[in-house]
Design a protein around this ligand. Structure first.
Ligand SMILES: CC(C)(COP(=O)(O)OP(=O)(O)OC[C@H]1O[C@@H](n2cnc3c(N)ncnc32)[C@H](O)[C@@H]1OP(=O)(O)O)[C@@H](O)C(=O)NCCC(=O)NCCS
Length: 168
């Protein structure tokens, strides 16, 4: 399915608030991702993306037919982790299973390696997040380990995975 990655704009606020407000998305993400997801949350997220230093992160809207229907970002780490960056993403439920996130992940990782002095991009999906793990594997990420009981979400402990893509 056709999509583009582009920078967020204030015009995306209603679309972001609409598509992001989904328990089936929030359950796989950190608690910093709000649920319910309000218009104010959308405003805050977009303004944080627009104000962040451009040499430290690539934050992109996933756009289908002119509407922002998902989010993907690569965030450079600091201190001794400064040659690494973290990948995160979500997509509106009605667009799942069409290959969008696999293609978006490949595209943004290529751009991140071109833009930043990093050697490693990592992602930490929950062990049970089969869809996200498949996206990462499709994009060339390697499973480096499983962190037992590493996260506590919605009152329960879960295992999570460490996946990484190294610079060629
Ligand atoms: C995970 C997510 C990003 C996948 O996006 P997507 O665009 O549907 O992924 P793709 O279409 O590129 O699918 C990649 C592969 O995963 C498979 N897949 C997708 N969802 C799946 C699921 N729930 N269970 C099993 N496999 C799944 C697809 O069939 C495809 O397999 P293939 O390569 O053999 O064809 C999307 O489901 C989502 O936003 N989920 C909620 C938020 C989330 O989990 N974010 C990631 C946190 S680490």
């Amino acid at each position: 399915m056709n999509f583009e990655l582009r920078e967020w704009t204030a015009q995306d606020i209603p679309s972001l608030a609409h598509y992001a407000d989904n328990e089936k998305i929030a359950r796989w993400l950190r608690d910093a991702y709000p649920y319910p997801y309000t218009q104010k949350d959308a405003e805050n997220y977009i303004s944080s993306c627009l104000s962040a230093p451009k040499d430290k992160q690539l934050c992109r809207a996933i756009v289908v037919d002119g509407s922002a229907v998902g989010s993907i970002g690569v965030f450079c780490c600091g201190d001794i982790y400064r040659r690494s960056a973290e990948l995160g993403y979500w997509l509106a439920e009605e667009f799942w299973g069409k290959g969008i996130m696999t293609a978006a992940t490949k595209q943004i990782c290529t751009a991140a390696f071109e833009s930043f002095d990093i050697v490693r991009i990592y992602a930490e999906p929950f062990y049970d997040n089969a869809g996200s793990r498949k996206v990462l594997e499709n994009a060339g990420f390697v499973l480096e380990g499983v962190m037992k009981n590493g996260v506590f979400k919605l009152g329960q402990l879960h295992d999570y995975c460490m996946y990484a893509l190294l610079r060629n």
